[in-house]
Design a protein around this ligand. Structure first.
Ligand SMILES: [Zn+2]
Length: 186
């Protein structure tokens, strides 16, 4: 027996067990017990997860259909701005009365645990490369500034490295530089 601690995603279905044709709808709001997702954007621990669930009793078990909505937060993959994205996912799964190869999920005692379903559905929906907006220009490759913060700024022309060396030369105190290079040549 498991059941040392109750998952917030567990739903009691004792009134539906063995009564095919019966159906019940359930709305529940839970806090994410731990972070969902590992990428740039994830549903953080404690984030509110709203589940609209339909529980249908069928001969083999309980058919669970759910809509999940929550919010993922993280960083834009281009400019690193903090972003939040709403997540809307659906799932449907049969929780069987007896375990066999046909079904991964089972009715335990008198409840179903939706956590693995919710987790998988949410994690799979998270974008691998989240962006703050579809045309996010990202960061200036030279200064690291957010280009979106400077809409008036033209993308800077990349200076030819040879000219860049010259520019550095002219910005240094001339005497110091030339004396240093004189010493190197000897
Ligand atoms: Zn961005």
């Amino acid at each position: 027996m498991s059941g040392s601690k109750k998952s917030p995603f567990e739903i009691n279905v004792h009134d539906l067990i063995g009564r095919p044709g019966h159906m019940r709808e359930h709305k529940l709001t839970v806090e994410a017990p731990e972070q969902l997702g590992e990428g740039l954007i994830a549903v953080k621990q404690g984030a509110e997860i709203v589940e609209d669930v339909r529980l249908e009793s069928v001969h083999e078990g309980i058919l669970v259909t759910g809509d999940v909505s929550t919010t993922a937060t993280g960083e834009c993959g281009r400019c690193l701005t903090d972003i939040a994205q709403s997540v809307e996912v659906e799932f449907q799964e049969l929780f069987a009365y007896s375990s066999d190869e046909a079904s991964e999920h089972e009715v335990h005692d008198d409840h179903v645990d939706l956590e693995p379903l919710v987790r998988d559905a949410v994690v799979l929906s998270l974008p691998f490369q989240p962006v703050c907006r579809p045309d996010c220009p990202g960061l200036d490759p030279e200064t690291g500034e957010r280009l979106a913060d400077m809409p008036e700024k033209e993308p800077r022309e990349v200076i030819d490295p040879r000219w860049e060396a010259l520019a550095r030369f002219s910005s240094r105190p001339g005497t110091e530089y030339s004396s240093a290079s004189d010493r190197e040549e000897r």
